[in-house]
Design a protein around this ligand. Structure first.
Ligand SMILES: C[S@@+](CC[C@H](N)C(=O)[O-])C[C@H]1O[C@@H](n2cnc3c(N)ncnc32)[C@H](O)[C@@H]1O
Length: 278
């Protein structure tokens, strides 16, 4: 009896999710806020969402899809600003999660050789099967990652936002080391918008008061603030100023910033576009 109820609930959730996603897609396709190119892209995007993908909030499919469109808008902006005709072949999505952005990358670059990187094996497996990508099992210590491939495009959405300055520095170095000579890297951070939201207690980002105070005080002192999530070690929430992130990125190697967009991703996270120096 209980089992029946469970399977019925599962089925109902699935039906609601499918309805929500198709409804959201229809609504976006008729929105004047999207260009014809974006509508054509959205039309090709897979709507398969894993049951454990926590970034999909029931009945908020429009936001889920809009975040993907916003990421692609940021990437197009970096591609436009980077000089020269670029053919994008190998791509790295690090971290890919359950493919919220990866599905848009696959639709935008159908012939590209895409690699998704993640700590979460189930997410990685889902992405490999659903979006025909290679997979890279990541590590909590970015200096331990070993990979011989290089990429024309690296997209990193919302990982710097969760690590401390030491890890961020190692991750920047890993990205710089794995760009082709014409490669570009697009990554996001929590910037001043997030600082304001925390300061004004509009958002907690899952941190208790004391951790938020500590993060803000580090930020004021040297431009990078970080606090662990409760009961976690080495994974939490970070905020960083543009100046501090530039300094960290510049110390990672010979590349330069071509785009900085304050709260450019989903009107929330700051976006950086870096290209290899010629
Ligand atoms: C906020 S989610 C972003 C996922 C994806 N970029 C998106 O926007 O949909 C952060 C992801 O980072 C992954 N993650 C955390 N630490 C990681 C690490 N050291 N290496 C790779 N992925 C990591 C988590 O498993 C989680 O899926």
């Amino acid at each position: 009896m209980n089992l029946m109820r469970k399977s019925q609930r599962f089925l109902l959730r699935r039906i609601c999710k499918t309805f929500d996603l198709h409804q959201a897609k229809r609504s976006l396709l008729s929105s004047p806020a999207l260009s014809d190119q974006e509508k054509a892209l959205l039309d090709r995007v897979s709507l398969k969402i894993h049951g454990n993908d926590e970034l999909y909030v029931p009945f908020h499919a429009q936001h889920y899809l809009s975040v993907g469109l916003s990421a692609l808008r940021c990437i197009e902006e970096v591609l436009n600003r980077a000089k020269g005709d670029r053919v994008i072949r190998p791509i790295l999505d690090f971290p890919c999660g359950y493919g919220r952005i990866l599905r848009f990358l696959r639709a935008r670059f159908p012939d590209a050789d895409i690699t998704g990187a993640e700590l979460n094996r189930a997410a990685l497996d889902f992405c490999r099967r659903t979006f025909s990508v290679r997979s890279l099992v990541s590590d909590t210590d970015f200096t331990r990652l070993s990979l011989s491939d290089k990429f024309d495009l690296i997209w990193c959405g919302s990982l710097f936002t969760h690590v401390d300055e030491k890890a961020a520095t190692a991750l920047l170095k890993f990205f710089q080391d794995h760009l082709t000579p014409v490669g570009l890297c697009v990554f996001t951070t929590h910037g001043l918008t997030s600082v304001d939201r925390i300061q004004e207690a509009k958002k907690t980002y899952g941190l208790p008061v004391k951790a938020r105070q500590e993060l803000l005080s580090q930020f004021r002192e040297h431009g990078y603030g970080y606090a662990d999530y409760p009961d976690q070690n080495g994974y939490g929430v970070s905020v960083v100023s543009h100046e501090r992130m530039l300094a960290l990125a510049e110390s990672a190697g010979n590349w330069h910033e071509v785009v900085f967009g304050e709260r450019a991703w989903d009107s929330h996270q700051d976006v950086y576009g870096f290209v290899n120096a010629e």
